[in-house]
Design a protein around this ligand. Structure first.
Ligand code: HPA
Length: 278
């Protein structure tokens, strides 16, 4: 899609109609976006229906490592869930409209809650690799924004409030169920960096000075679209590595995916508890 082209409400409806035809009366109530290396969480879904993105009209298809590229609709602890195994990133060349597209389709399907996960680098020096961070807020100091262009009033207001993007009740419930499984989550601010290169140590110092606790290449555009349309959001970031320059170690993409996988099983169990109780 051209950078200056925007989707119409009709485009989103067309995708939603196709999804409805594949879901055959099944009505998911929760969207779960799975981040790098966390795709294993998809195995939690019972009676799963798989819908590859490439079959859906108007859908862009993920190319990032660790991202499969399909929806999985199924039941987790009695809740009807629509999971995204694979998301789109700006660094793949997608526009923010494409990145946020599935969230708006989910809204048309009647979904009003979203769990969004990602892998990130720890900026806060009290964090360590393997930590789980509840996203309290985010910083997105880049031009790209899925709300630019003609406002689609069916989704939300032109000037959308962002005071409470992340739902406090969801955050405290997640914290409770995580602690019950032996994981004490951190809280922090997610700083969006476009990637695909990791940040420089000087950038990480700047991000820390600005108030970022973790840095990553996803999540914020989906959250903007979800907040615009009034969804309640739980944002969870897995600290897969300490960000550049926080330690003497160099960063590697393979290690990030491996670290995501290591925590994936535990996080899946916590998510299943959370979903059952929400
Ligand atoms: N920086 C940006 N994105 C990331 C990182 C990082 O250090 N780790 C995982 N995703």
């Amino acid at each position: 899609m051209n950078k200056n082209q925007y989707y119409t409400y009709h485009d989103y409806e067309k995708s939603a109609d196709f999804m409805r035809s594949r879901l055959k009366g099944y009505k998911p109530e929760l969207l779960v976006i799975l981040g790098s290396g966390l795709g294993d969480m998809a195995a939690l879904a019972e009676n799963a229906t798989y819908i590859p993105y490439e079959e859906i009209p108007n859908f862009a298809v993920s190319t990032a490592p660790g991202h499969a590229g399909r929806f999985i609709a199924g039941t987790i602890n009695g809740k009807s869930v629509l999971m995204m195994q694979g998301r789109l990133h700006l660094y793949e060349g997608w526009t923010p409209f494409e990145v946020a597209y599935p969230v708006r389709v989910a809204k048309i399907l009647g979904i009003n809650s979203m769990i969004i996960t990602n892998a990130s680098g720890g900026v806060n020096s009290s964090f360590k690799a393997g930590d789980v961070m509840i996203i309290d807020d985010f910083i997105r100091l880049c031009l790209e924004n899925p709300l630019i262009g003609r406002n689609i009033d069916e989704f939300g207001e032109r000037f959308c409030d962002m005071t409470y993007v992340f739902d406090k009740e969801y955050a405290s419930l997640f914290e409770k169920v995580a602690i019950a499984r032996g994981v004490t989550p951190k809280h922090g601010i997610y700083y969006f960096a476009s990637g695909p290169m990791y940040e420089t140590p000087a950038e990480i110092r700047a991000i820390r000075a600005l108030g970022g606790d973790a840095v990553g290449m996803s999540t914020v555009h989906e959250c903007i679209a979800a907040a615009h349309t009034g969804m309640r959001i739980l944002g969870i970031s897995v600290i897969t590595n300490m960000a550049a320059g926080v330690t003497d170690e160099k960063l590697s993409g393979d290690e990030v995916i491996e670290a995501g996988k290591r925590i994936s099983e535990k996080l899946s169990a916590i998510m299943a508890d959370f979903i059952g109780k929400m």
